[in-house]
Design a protein around this ligand. Structure first.
Ligand code: AMP
Ligand code: MG
Length: 337
């Protein structure tokens, strides 16, 4: 399959993306978090193609992306009265809510669960597309299973070229990590995946307690220990340890080692060192692109300077830990492909 590279400033290209989605094809679309691999959510056969293209297990549910809050009741039921006013403040934005699904929502989307994940993305191009074509799209991140989420159209093409009909190029994503996922109950809510919207901010806005369990039983692929993973082995090191070990990196490992830093000054040959900005917003936006770029340099290991231990960095720590994974889990994860 020839994957078309579409550009939103060209109105014919938006129409082309809408036509392809309506025809049951897969189109990678920009969102403010990461690029999504979209299929018409009302077409189960189209949604099934997502799993084939990504190599994703069928029991991992997908998030449905809506044009606006007014679409909520089309997809979810048993919505607590307190939720719509809260969503008026947070949508469009990086928050996915898990609610009881309407009976028509396909098991292909929910992985057989009685619930569905819903979000209104804050990207003008995607919202335009959804509104113009009266579409809701199921869209996981547009990458092969367990690899890094794409924050640029080129990353999508590197992983999925030939497997999808098109990518709509909306430029670099402004946020850069996946949405916060919140399971909604009448008397409480639970963060299932950390994201750009922190649990503390959610607690300020919600009239019910917001729980943040460390690990849980729900089927959330972002909750697997190995995920969001570059090819090179990732190791997380505090700044001082990184600076101490860096000069001996070749002698001690015998490998090609690179580094991702935000503050540590590293001496010597730094062609394999990438520096990302030290504020959590800018760091988040650059993180996946930086790991992607280091991966392109053919390294065996990427040493990552541990970011500050502050609440606004929680989702970044979460993604870095999953990128690092442990050796055992890497092997069993590879077996699943
Ligand atoms: P991605 O892994 O990039 O496809 O992001 C989609 C995330 O939303 C995954 O972690 C899914 O498991 C999660 N998700 C979607 N729907 C549900 C649901 N009904 N219950 C729990 N998690 C969900
Ligand atoms: Mg993903």
């Amino acid at each position: 399959m020839n994957t078309e590279h579409l550009f939103p400033h060209n109105t014919n290209d938006i129409a082309r993306a809408g036509y392809l989605l309506r025809a049951g094809e897969l189109v990678a679309v920009p969102t403010e978090t990461v690029y999504g691999l979209a299929a018409d959510a009302s077409n189960a056969a189209a949604v099934a193609k997502i799993f084939a293209a990504k190599g994703r297990p069928a029991d991992h549910p997908l998030i449905v992306h809506l044009a606006g809050l007014d679409q909520l009741t089309r997809w979810a039921c048993e919505i607590p009265d307190w939720l719509p006013p809260v969503l008026t403040q947070l949508w469009p934005g990086p928050l996915t809510v898990i609610l009881k699904k309407q009976p028509h929502v396909s098991d292909v989307i929910t992985g057989g669960l009685p619930t569905v994940g819903l979000r209104v993305p804050n990207h003008p191009v995607l919202r335009d597309l959804l509104q113009q074509f009266d579409l809701a799209v199921a869209a996981p991140s547009a990458n092969p299973y367990q690899q890094l989420s794409p924050t640029r159209a080129e990353h999508v093409l590197a992983g999925l070229r030939g497997k999808i009909a098109a990518v709509l190029d909306g430029g670099p994503c402004t946020l850069g990590t996946e949405s916060t996922i919140l399971r909604i109950d009448h008397d409480h809510a639970e963060v299932l995946r950390q994201g750009p919207l922190s649990a503390a901010t959610l607690q300020e806005l919600l009239p019910v307690p917001v729980h943040t369990p460390v690990r849980h039983q729900h089927a959330v692929s972002g909750n697997k220990k190995v995920h969001y993973r570059p090819r090179a082995h990732v190791q997380l090191l505090p700044s001082e340890a990184l600076q101490q070990q860096w000069p001996q990196r070749h002698a001690t490992t015998g490998k090609r080692v690179g580094a991702l830093v935000y503050s540590a000054p590293l001496d010597g040959d730094t062609t394999a060192v990438l520096r990302v900005p030290p504020t959590h917003h800018d760091y988040r936006q650059r993180l996946y692109a930086a790991l992607f770029e280091l991966d392109q340099r053919g390294l065996d290991e990427i040493w990552v300077e541990l970011p500050p231990q502050e609440p606004e960095w929680a989702d970044i720590h979460d993604r870095l830990q999953r990128a690092a994974g442990s050796a055992d889990e890497r092997e069993s994860a590879t077996d699943q492909h």
